[in-house]
Design a protein around this ligand. Structure first.
Ligand code: LMR
Length: 397
């Protein structure tokens, strides 16, 4: 039976982690997968999460099934974190949130929901975008098309082209944007640009879907929510896919959520019933522990404060590494203006390295970055930056 099965290509991001693990070079550097590392190259367990873990262990919670949309205290907290407690989306009860296994699970639930309720709808994704977006929606049976997003010549947002392209999309289609810290480019719209994006999208009757996986990694928890809060105009409908892998350091707990913002509370109930149907036929109901951790931290003022401090520390370290990378590239004699790396936001830098240069870094220097040239800045440390920039100078020069 299985003799007809063809080998699938390795995943462009997680496959790289496998290759990194298999590499015997003691000086290897992994700047592939988007996982935060501290200045010692370790992924820390956040203190707020360690404390919440103890509280939960003491509470001896039962392990019965969660409801299909997950823990109610978690889904309420997700909405408040994304929109702010007093936002009318929250106070009017016009959003339905389902807890999902990570941000990928959130996106897949949305894909299934679109395929089941809007057959024939095309989903527009940014060019470039996270390598897994196309896989997820294609697997759900949603057709895809690409939107211009990034201007290679200036390393900035191709805003004029984006607006023009949005204005030509047929009514009823959906558009997937990144709420903040665009992956892989690190280039986001300004608040004013978000407002113009919202104008065009709602005039065209398009459904915005915002992938929101890096809240707090750009400029701050509130600052990074500006895009989705600008899109969430009164009465507007949109979807937000949240992930807490990075900002709570809960990668392997798979903690995410899909939030369907509807015109009113009655619509939210109807839409929620379809979302529950999509979940039941996929993974039935979500795992509890990670969501309980996030809900515990967000519900307690002291733990929440501690989380803010820890998240700020992660963000500041990444931004510090951006500055160091740019100065080291200059010091090692790599030609060109790399100041754009300091302007990019989030975990990644879209470095402009070509695929051949990326492969040379891997083969000659055991430095692993994604084929697109995306570097995980959170993997750079004071210890590895010299070796990294010398290797870049070698493959570029
Ligand atoms: C990434 O882009 O590296 C992360 O979102 C991890 C993943 O699953 O690809």
């Amino acid at each position: 039976m299985f003799e007809s099965v063809q080998a699938a290509p390795a995943d462009p991001i997680l496959g790289l982690t496998d290759a990194f693990r298999a590499d015997p070079n003691p000086n290897k550097i992994n700047l592939g997968v988007g996982v935060y590392q501290d200045s010692n190259g370790k992924t820390p367990a956040l203190k707020c999460i360690q404390r919440a873990t103890q509280w939960i262990a003491q509470a001896k919670t039962a392990s019965s099934y969660l409801p299909i949309p997950g823990l109610a205290e978690y889904t309420a907290a997700v909405q408040q974190l994304a929109f702010g407690e007093s936002h009318e989306v929250v106070t009017e009860g016009r959003a339905f949130t389902a807890q999902t296994p990570g941000g990928t699970g959130a996106l897949r639930v949305v894909g299934d929901f679109l395929a089941q309720n809007f057959a024939g709808t095309t989903l527009w994704i940014t060019d470039p975008t996270w390598a897994n977006h196309a896989n997820i929606f294609t697997a759900a049976g949603v057709s895809l098309a690409k939107l211009p997003y990034f201007d290679k010549a200036t390393n900035s947002l191709a805003f004029g082209e984006l607006i023009e392209a949005l204005g030509k999309i047929p009514a009823g289609d959906a558009v997937l944007l990144h709420g903040c810290c665009h992956n892989p480019t690190g280039v986001d719209p300004t608040q004013e640009q978000w407002s113009q994006i919202a104008d065009v999208m709602y005039a065209q009757k398009l459904l915005p879907i915002l992938d929101f996986a890096y809240q707090g990694f750009g400029d701050g928890i509130e600052e990074d929510a500006v895009g989705l809060r600008t899109m969430a105009r009164e009465g507007a409908e949109l979807i937000v896919c949240s992930s807490f892998s990075k900002n709570f350091g809960l990668y392997n707990q798979r903690v995410g959520a899909s939030t369907f913002v509807c015109a009113d509370a009655d619509r939210a109930k109807v839409v929620g019933s379809q979302v529950k149907r999509a979940i039941r036929s996929n993974y039935s109901n979500p795992p509890a522990h990670g969501a309980r951790l996030v809900a515990t931290v967000l519900a307690d003022e002291a733990l929440r404060e501690e989380w803010h401090t820890e998240l700020t520390r992660m963000r500041n370290r990444i931004n510090g590494m951006r500055v160091l990378l740019v100065s080291k590239l200059k010091e090692k004699g790599v030609e060109g203006d790399f100041s754009f790396i300091e302007r990019q936001r989030g975990m990644f830098s879209f470095s402009g390295l070509t695929k051949d240069q990326v492969l040379a870094l891997r083969e000659k220097h055991a430095i692993y970055i994604v084929d697109s040239g995306r570097i995980n800045v959170a993997g750079i440390t004071e210890v590895n930056v010299d070796r990294l920039t010398e290797a870049i100078a070698d493959v570029v020069g």
